[in-house]
Write a protein that binds this ligand. Structure first.
Ligand code: ADP
Length: 481
């Protein structure tokens, strides 16, 4: 098949979260499975400097955007024979400090930026040099208008447009903008209706994609069920229920070329479940780096996360107030909500030998934390898939997760299967329930045989892309049928 993946972030070029990891890995996996794959993404500041093989093409995009036209160049990077990345080069929109906003505030022209980008994707699907695509696979709201734009273009010109598949990575981000921004789509006003792209007088890019895509997926089976309920549907559950027959949940895979403990640029001490000395050395290194007492006998808890409401960092902060009285160490690497940043910095000031807050984004440190910690905390309010718990498993860091979304689908608790258990789960979204799970971790840490068994289970659990790729191939077939 010929497949175009469209995403506002793609690892290793740009990343704010799991979306980037997933799209980068999916592209590689589909190409390895024999498909011809192109990925289209914005050329953000700094990408060209870091990837000097990116070359400008003579393709030129010219996009109507309301009353004006916006033009852009297209650069390309051929990663292998079957995988090319196209970068939409529109400096006015994308040559900025950040992807979506600065100082915790979205860029005010995000509607223009991403409506423009969606239109650029549609033009590329028309123009691109290696023949028509069978499938355009969209990721999240930033490219949510692509299916309706494709459909409109097909009606207008008789073009046999590619089929569209939407993957929802997080229903909480919908690209909802004032109704007046609909003008930037240049679509006939009929589309701006409750049965179309309108949502309570606003333009809603994700809703548009849910309605107009040929097929829908989300990133775990449990989240696929959850988003059809009022509790997790973020207002769009009725729209999703109407399309439930065309919605499947596919758990993300892990790119083990990147996330492994035996051949990893970021780790000084390789290890595997057979040779765990490197894990102990990684822990000592991490404690040293963070300025914590270097002790093997104290459990080290960690988390690496966006500091967003979704991630449950508020209940973690409360649980730690209680749990830091015990003999434990804790490190958080994250950035986002200024109140949470301050909260964790205060905690660290009060417990300097126990709790460390690293505010910021640091990819290499995230690997060292996974390798150095004993337990990895993900108390999410909701979690579409979550990648860090799967990375933690491979790194022998026992994940402590709330029973929701992809966390529930990828971690096995002792109460579910005592021979396969590889993590600790709790159900209620309260600091009390989370503290209970941390207490269980303390007990586990003092039960070496069980701890070793669970670590082995964790490190041998397999989330490689083979299964995930096969499931996406089935979805593409269904979209084409
Ligand atoms: P989400 O996509 O909701 O942010 P995921 O668990 O799916 O959550 O993916 C998060 C990804 O982003 C992981 O690869 C994680 O390591 C990375 N990440 C998040 N915050 C940071 C940070 N402050 N520093 C480095 N990596 C981070």
């Amino acid at each position: 098949m010929k497949i175009l993946l469209a995403s506002s972030e793609v690892h290793p070029f740009s990343k704010t979260g799991g979306l980037a990891d997933m799209v980068g890995a999916l592209g590689k996996a589909l190409a390895a499975a024999g498909h011809e794959v192109a990925i289209v993404t914005p050329l953000y500041r700094g990408i060209r400097g870091r990837f000097t093989d990116i070359k400008p093409t003579d393709l030129r995009l010219d996009v109507p955007l309301g009353d004006t036209r916006v033009s852009a160049g297209v650069s390309e990077l051929r990663l292998n024979q079957r995988l090319t990345v196209y970068f939409v080069d529109q400096p006015g929109y994308f040559d900025r400090l950040a992807l979506y906003g600065e100082n915790n505030t979205d860029y005010p022209d995000n509607p223009q930026r991403f409506i423009f980008f969606s239109k650029a994707v549609v033009q590329l699907a028309h123009l691109q040099p290696f023949g028509p695509f069978d499938i355009v696979h969209l990721h999240d709201w930033q490219v949510g208008l692509v299916p309706v734009l494709l459909r409109h273009e097909a009606h207008r010109t008789g073009w046999r447009a590619p089929r569209s598949v939407l993957t929802i990575h997080n229903l909480a981000y919908q690209g909802g903008f004032m109704g007046s921004t609909f003008a930037f789509t240049n679509l006939p006003l009929d589309y701006f209706a409750p049965t179309g792209v309108e949502f309570y007088k606003n333009l809603n890019c994700l809703k548009a994609a849910i309605i107009y895509s040929d097929f829908l997926t989300t990133v775990s089976p449990r989240y696929a069920r959850e988003i059809c309920t009022e509790a997790y549907g973020c207002g769009l559950d009725p729209v999703l229920r109407a399309r439930q027959g065309r919605l499947v949940g596919i758990l993300n895979g892990v790119d083990y070329d990147e996330w492994n403990t035996h051949r990893n640029l970021h780790l000084r001490h390789p290890y595997s479940f057979r040779k765990m000395a490197g894990k102990a050395a990684s822990k000592a290194d991490l404690q040293r780096e963070l300025g914590l007492p270097v002790r093997a006998d104290v459990p080290l808890f960690a988390t690496v996360t966006r500091l967003a409401d979704q991630k449950g960092m508020d209940i973690l902060l409360a649980a730690l107030e209680e749990m830091l009285a015990t003999d434990m160490q804790f490190v958080i690497l994250g950035s986002g909500d200024p109140n949470l940043q301050r909260g964790y910095q205060n905690l660290s000031r009060r417990y300097p030998t126990k709790a460390i807050a690293r505010i910021g984004y640091d990819h290499a440190l995230s690997h060292r934390i996974e390798a150095g910690c004993d337990f990895f905390l993900m108390p999410s309010r909701f979690e579409p898939c979550g990648l860090n718990q799967m990375y933690s498993l491979r790194y022998g860091a026992i994940p402590i997760v709330r029973r929701t979304g992809g966390l529930d689908d990828s971690v096995v608790d002792l109460t579910e299967d005592d021979t396969l258990a590889d993590g600790i789960k709790f159900t209620d979204f309260t600091s009390r329930a989370l503290a209970g799970a941390i207490r269980k971790a303390h007990v586990l840490y003092r039960t070496p045989e069980l701890f070793a068994q669970m670590r082995k289970n964790a490190m041998t659990a397999d989330f490689s892309w083979g299964r995930t790729t096969a499931e996406y191939e089935k979805v593409y077939q269904r979209a084409l049928a």
